[in-house]
Design a protein around this ligand. Structure first.
Ligand SMILES: *Cc1c(COP(=O)(O)O)cnc(C)c1O
Length: 367
């Protein structure tokens, strides 16, 4: 059997008719940017998350960097972020000239909240929380620290659409929740897309202005903004997907519960779930000491895997200038060396899953 790490085609086929009808509807409407579909999606997504306002954007990175821009965080300011994240989280900070201060992850691959306070000084302006792999971070503790030190909180929810901490959805705790709708995300478009969620009307208005060249009223430009608009066609397709998000996330949960219950290899560490938190299983990320051997073994048996992410941001060439050295973040670096994502996608068959589990459970090297 041949199993790819992801199959976006299956996600399309599951609701093919609805997607095709919506695409045609938008094509025939004659209105392609910032119209009815975007407005409706913004209302529906705000309601889904429990936030007051949603603003559609071109992608998740824009959501992040515009967030720090509207919060007026830039040169000379520091933003606390976990070391083990996708590099876009960090770019959201550095595009504005601010400095990322890395904190090690906890056992759940999220920021270790007990290590945040030691990094706070007079330059610290914000905490960027990344709900990595779909699991909500320890928001009680993080919001307490932010309040105590008067810090802004931005949430990177690119992987956590629909994940809760204490029954409150990720993206609604801090000042701004940043979402990506890149095709492989839990709520995926058919191209690029992004959005922010906020309870602050002024922040929402600033985003609306900023995404459209800094103009609220056409040709009257208040600030030097950017072009970061969500297309009508993507917004329309996202509305279709959003109407099925519960069943999509439930399906991923079912797959991952099988992995959790049935994979049993002594040297493979399975993901854990935090008390009071839920995960929407963006990835099923195991940790294994002899990762290269396992990848090769799975590959030989037709099973593809992906490493999220092999090089942590502080060791990327792009961030040489930060002067964070190898060894400075030992846990982050260990995770980068051991983490491995198993195949996981909507539309995975029972047979495919049984095959994967069976092959993994026969793995007996490196014990
Ligand atoms: C995908 C992702 C982003 C970036 O989103 P894009 O839409 O690709 O720009 C940011 N942060 C995290 C954690 C992501 O997974």
């Amino acid at each position: 059997m041949k199993i790819l790490p992801n199959r976006l085609d299956r996600g399309f086929l599951a609701y093919q008719k609805e997607f095709e009808e919506k695409a045609l509807e938008v094509l025939r409407s004659g209105w392609y940017v910032l119209g009815h579909e975007v407005k409706s999606f913004e209302e529906e997504f705000a309601q889904y998350t429990g936030g007051d306002y949603c603003v559609g954007l071109a992608n998740g990175l824009d959501a992040l960097w515009i967030a720090f821009r509207v919060l007026n965080i830039g040169k000379g300011d520091e933003v606390i972020v976990q070391g083990n994240t996708y590099i876009a989280s960090v770019m959201g900070i550095t595009i504005n000239g601010a400095t990322p201060i890395f904190v090690e992850p906890d056992l759940y691959n999220n920021i270790d909240a007990s290590k945040i306070e030691e990094k706070i000084n007079s330059k610290t302006k914000a905490i960027l929380v990344v709900h990595l792999y779909g699991q909500a971070s320890n928001m009680d503790k993080i919001m307490g620290i932010a309040k105590k030190h008067n810090l802004r909180v931005v949430e990177d929810c690119a992987q956590s659409h629909g994940a809760y901490f204490n029954q409150k959805m990720t993206g609604t705790f801090g000042d701004i929740g940043c979402f990506s709708f890149y095709p492989s995300k839990n709520l995926g478009a058919f191209g690029d897309g992004g959005a922010i969620v906020t309870n602050n009307n002024k922040i929402a208005e600033d985003f609306r202005t900023f995404r459209n060249y800094g103009s609220e009223k056409r040709y009257f430009n208040k600030v030097v903004g950017t072009n970061s608009r969500l297309d009508e066609i993507q917004a329309g397709l996202l509305r279709v997907r959003l109407s099925h998000i519960q069943e999509l996330n439930d399906e991923r949960k079912k797959i991952c519960e099988r992995y959790l219950n049935e994979i049993n290899v002594p040297n493979i560490e399975l993901p854990r779930i935090r008390n009071n938190a839920t995960t929407v299983w963006h990835q099923f990320a195991i940790r294994v000491k002899c990762r290269a051997e396992l990848i090769e073994y799975l590959e030989k048996n037709g099973i593809g895997t992906i490493i999220h992410y092999p090089i942590p941001p502080h060791l990327s060439e792009a961030y040489n200038y930060l002067n964070v050295k190898r060894g400075d973040l030992p846990i982050t670096e260990q995770y980068a060396n051991e983490i491995l994502s198993l195949p996981l996608f909507n539309g995975m068959t029972n047979e495919e899953q049984s095959y994967i589990i069976n092959i993994i459970n026969k793995y007996r090297e490196c014990i």
